[in-house]
Design a binder for this molecule. Structure first.
Ligand code: HEC
Ligand code: HEC
Ligand code: HEC
Length: 122
C-alpha cells in the first residue's frame, strides 16, 4: 500500500465516522419525546390552582404513563376532559397525585404534599 492510499483511507474513515455521528445525533433528537413544560399551573377550581413541578416528576418517576395513561400529553386537557365529563372532578388528584404521595409518606419516603393548601394556592 502506498503512502498516499493510506492517507486517503484515513480520510474516508474519518468521513464515515462523521456521517454516522450526524445521522445518529439526528435520530436521537428526532426520537426525543416532547416533554412539555417544566412547571405546569393546573386548574384547581375554587380551591385554587396547583403549581405542579412536571420535570421533577418526570425525572423521579420516569414512566410518563403513571399519569398520562389517564389523560393525554396536551396542555389544559384535565380541565377539558372534566368539562366533557370524561374525567371526574378530583379524579386525577385522588387517584394519581394523592394516592402516590400518601402511600410514599406511609412508607416513610420523601414525597410530595398531602395537605390541601400545600398544593392548592389561592
Ligand atoms: C406525575 C404526573 C405526570 C408525569 C409522570 C408526566 N406528566 Fe406530562 N403532564 C402532567 C400534567 C398534570 C400535565 C398538564 C395537563 C393539563 O394541563 O391539563 C402534563 C402535560 C404534559 C404535556 C403537555 C404540554 C404541557 O407542557 O402542558 C406534555 C407534552 C407532557 N405532559 C409530556 C410528558 C412526558 C413526555 C412525560 C414522561 C417523560 C410526562 N409528561 C410525565 C403530569 C405528568
Ligand atoms: C398533591 C396535590 C394536591 C393536594 C394535596 C390536594 N389537591 Fe385538590 N386538586 C389537585 C389537582 C391536580 C386537581 C385538578 C385535577 C382534578 O380535579 O382531579 C385538584 C382539584 C381539586 C378540586 C377541584 C375539582 C373541580 O373540578 O372543581 C377541589 C375542590 C379540590 N382539589 C379540593 C382539595 C381538598 C379539599 C384537598 C385536601 C383534602 C386537596 N384538594 C388536596 C391536587 C391536589
Ligand atoms: C408515583 C408518585 C407520584 C405521583 C403520581 C405524583 N407525585 Fe408529586 N411528588 C412525588 C415525589 C416522590 C415528590 C418529591 C420530589 C422531591 O422533592 O424530591 C413529589 C413532589 C411534589 C410536589 C412538591 C415539589 C417541591 O418542590 O417540593 C408537588 C407540588 C407535587 N408533587 C404535586 C403533584 C401533583 C399535582 C400530582 C398529580 C398531577 C403528583 N404530584 C403526582 C411523587 C409523585
Amino acid at each position: 500500500m502506498s503512502f498516499l492510499t493510506k492517507i486517503h483511507l484515513k480520510k474516508t474513515t474519518k468521513l464515515a465516522f462523521l456521517l454516522i455521528l450526524v445521522i445518529f445525533t439526528g435520530a436521537v433528537v428526532f426520537a426525543m419525546p416532547n416533554h412539555g413544560k417544566e412547571e405546569i399551573n393546573i386548574d384547581g377550581g375554587k380551591k385554587g390552582n396547583i403549581d405542579f413541578p412536571h420535570r421533577i416528576h418526570q425525572d423521579i418517576l420516569v414512566d410518563c404513563n403513571i399519569c398520562h395513561a389517564v389523560f393525554p400529553k396536551k396542555p389544559g386537557i384535565i380541565k377539558e376532559l372534566k368539562a366533557q365529563k370524561k374525567l371526574k372532578k378530583r379524579q386525577v388528584m385522588t387517584k394519581i397525585c394523592l394516592k402516590c404521595h400518601k402511600s410514599m409518606k406511609k412508607a416513610g419516603k420523601e414525597t410530595g404534599p398531602t395537605n390541601c393548601s400545600q398544593c392548592h394556592v389561592k
